[in-house]
Design a binder for this molecule. Structure first.
Ligand code: ZN
Length: 320
């Protein structure tokens, strides 16, 4: 039997040892090269795009020779106003891309020896960087599977039987339960969207799936409406999981990863952040055959290309 990709040497091209051995200067250089790939890491003014700068090396800042604007390698990016060393940032990225089912924020804060809050916000910023490749706005094509899975809103049953409530009734629920609807190309991308009801998936398919595509769905009756716009393969899961190529197994394997991430690492997720975890799992799923050095480079380069995070910049200062 062929060796599994993740067991091969080719899947390991980056390690924490390598990052820390290289040190702060090498990590800083990596960020410069990712921010300004077209000039090979030479600073370019973000305000006027002028290529010549004075560098204030002691503070790792640049001053534009044309408009005198002062900036750093992280100005205007997800990492703006960062306090962490570049080498620790790179290590955080390495840890996060190595964790195929995500990593809890307590664990990340222990590994990096930083506050829980720092790890929490940093990881969410990195998820935003990953999401750029997941939520691209492009329509899905070819053969697209659609399915939904519910997350959150668990109600713990009371200790005594006589105190327990019927948790199936809406009145006894928390209202925090959400469904992640996944649309996944058999060859290509995974697109997750958070909704309140699985039936919303039909409208999402109409928005995000090409009219020429073939779709696969399970027996749930709300998917009947898909037949109006698409050729749809249906599979009845009470009878079998795959019927001569009719299946939603790729959507299921995405949910398997997300389920393990939420149950095993995060233990519970608020409906506000579920979309971030859903994007994170989709990114891992779509990049499962890439080596970890490539994965880290993708995250850094997306993070350097993305603007300042509106959701996460100063998150804890606001919350306080
Ligand atoms: Zn300038």
């Amino acid at each position: 039997m062929a060796q599994h990709f993740l067991l091969s040497t080719a899947s390991r091209t980056l390690s924490l040892r390598q990052i820390y051995k290289g040190g702060e200067e090498a990590a800083y250089k990596t960020f410069c090269e990712m921010r300004w790939p077209e000039t090979n890491g030479e600073a370019v003014c973000p305000r006027c795009s002028h290529g010549e700068t004075y560098s204030i090396t002691t503070r790792r800042k640049f001053k534009c020779k044309n408009c005198h604007h002062q900036f750093s390698v992280t100005s205007g990016t997800i990492f703006a106003s960062r306090k962490m060393d570049f080498v620790d940032l790179l290590a955080a990225i390495c840890i996060l891309v190595n964790a195929s089912k995500g990593v809890s924020m307590v664990q990340l804060s222990r590994d990096l020896d930083c506050q829980y809050k720092t790890a929490f916000v940093l990881a969410h910023k990195l998820r935003e960087a990953m999401a750029q490749e997941v939520q691209t706005g492009e329509v899905l094509e070819g053969h697209v599977e659609i399915d939904g899975a519910y997350f959150g809103g668990h109600v713990r049953p009371e200790n005594r039987k006589e105190d327990r409530k019927d948790r199936r009734l809406k009145i006894n629920q928390t209202g925090k339960r959400r469904v992640v609807i996944a649309m996944r190309e058999r060859v290509g991308r995974t697109l997750p969207v958070v909704a309140k009801d699985e039936g919303e998936g039909v409208a999402l398919a109409n928005e995000n799936v090409c009219r020429m595509a073939t779709m696969s769905a399970d027996e749930a009756s709300h998917w009947d409406l898909l037949h109006v716009g698409y050729q749809v393969d249906r599979v009845n899961h009470s009878e079998c999981y795959s019927d001569h190529g009719k299946h939603t197994n790729m959507a299921e394997s995405y949910f398997s990863r997300l389920r393990r991430m939420v149950d095993g690492q995060h233990h519970g997720v608020s409906p506000h952040y579920l979309h971030q975890y859903a994007n994170h799992a989709a990114w891992l799923e779509d990049n499962r055959r890439s080596d970890n050095g490539t994965l880290a480079r993708i995250v850094v380069s997306n993070a350097m290309g993305a603007g300042v995070s509106r959701s996460w910049k100063g998150y804890w200062q606001r919350a306080a």
